[in-house]
Design a protein around this ligand. Structure first.
Ligand code: NAP
Length: 290
């Protein structure tokens, strides 16, 4: 039976903010709605011309919370620094940081461009590390604060045909666990979300369908992912893997020979791999590796 949900359970005193990156669409937008549902004010970040202003207006109107939005490219040098400077200057008290923005490509490494690889590392890793580092002093001032880093099931496996995305998410997983240990005894809880496929957009749904029954069994819609992830974050769970099939895959992965894992992942992701010119975002990560 589903647990009854109660609106307005924001972490910390009323008036505090959740900072969410990559919030114009997909999982980030779902996080924005979920945090607003819980009564949090929001600072939303995404690229410019992404419809972020409309998302901010819509969420503010429907949930009666304050929503600020910042349009910027977090892969630009000084992007994360400028974001945190703006937050400090505005004096908005942030008690939740959700590092959600992420990209990747589904192709052979040799078909990717240097830019594909650079974007993946800059956004998934460098921007996340910088924002976390710069926001920590602010978060430590709160009575309770939360960091949720969005990784992927891909963090647990070698990922042929997503050869840089997978390791970038393994970095997020291990970084989060290390920071969690260091933050013990402080007001800051760190959790890491490792989802499998999420039906975030048309391209992603197409890929989940291409993976057949397995794709459908292991994937989820963005809103339930955000809801379960927020429940787990507020319960201070370290690693959040959703659904028993995905938890079983992670457990099984420890015992299955790497060669077999690579064959299975290749079968799934080789099928959907595109040449670099048509490479797609992190949204396309799904089925076995997310
Ligand atoms: N979808 C999946 O199957 C899946 C599975 C496992 C993990 N994940 C992870 O979940 C997270 C969200 O995925 P998603 O599917 O919701 O992605 P998405 O639909 O592609 O949305 C990505 C968000 O990040 C923003 N963004 C992209 N590049 C940016 C940049 N350089 N600077 C600032 N913002 C940027 C996008 O803004 P624009 O709208 O302006 O582009 C958008 O708001 C990612 O970290 C992804 O790796 C996804």
């Amino acid at each position: 039976m589903q647990k009854e949900r109660t609106a307005g359970q924001a972490p910390g005193p009323a008036g505090q903010y959740a900072l969410i990156t990559g919030a114009s669409e997909g999982l980030g937008r779902a996080f924005a709605e979920e945090c607003a549902y819980l009564g949090m004010n929001l600072i939303l970040v995404a690229l410019s011309s992404s419809g972020l202003a409309e998302v901010a207006q819509d969420v503010a109107r429907r949930y009666h919370v304050r929503v600020e939005h910042v349009e910027m490219d977090l892969t630009q040098p000084e992007g994360p620094e400028a974001l945190v400077r703006w937050i400090s200057g505005s004096g908005l008290p942030v008690s939740v940081l959700i590092n959600n923005a992420g990209v990747g490509y589904n192709s052979r490494f040799e078909d990717s461009t240097l830019r594909d690889n650079e974007s993946c590392i800059l956004l998934n890793n460098l921007a996340l590390v910088k924002i976390t580092h710069l926001m920590l002093p602010e978060l430590k001032r709160r009575q309770h604060a939360y960091i949720l880093n969005v990784s992927s099931m891909a963090a647990f496996f070698p990922m042929p045909f997503m050869p840089v995305y997978g390791p970038s998410k393994a970095f997020v997983l291990n970084f989060s666990l290390a920071l969690r240990a260091e933050m013990r005894g402080t007001p800051v809880n760190v959790s890491v979300l490792c989802p499998n496929g999420i039906r975030t957009n048309a391209a992603c749904r197409h890929k989940i369908d291409a993976h057949g029954l397995v794709g459908r069994l292991v994937s989820m819609d963005p809103q339930p992912v955000a809801r379960c992830a927020m429940e787990a974050l507020l319960a201070e769970r370290p690693v959040i893997v959703l659904g028993w099939i995905n938890r079983a895959l992670v457990a099984l992965g420890q015992y299955v020979p790497t060669r077999l894992i690579c064959s299975v992942v290749s079968a799934f992701y080789g099928k959907t791999a595109k040449p670099a010119a048509n490479a797609v975002t992190g949204a396309s990560a799904q089925a076995l590796g997310g």
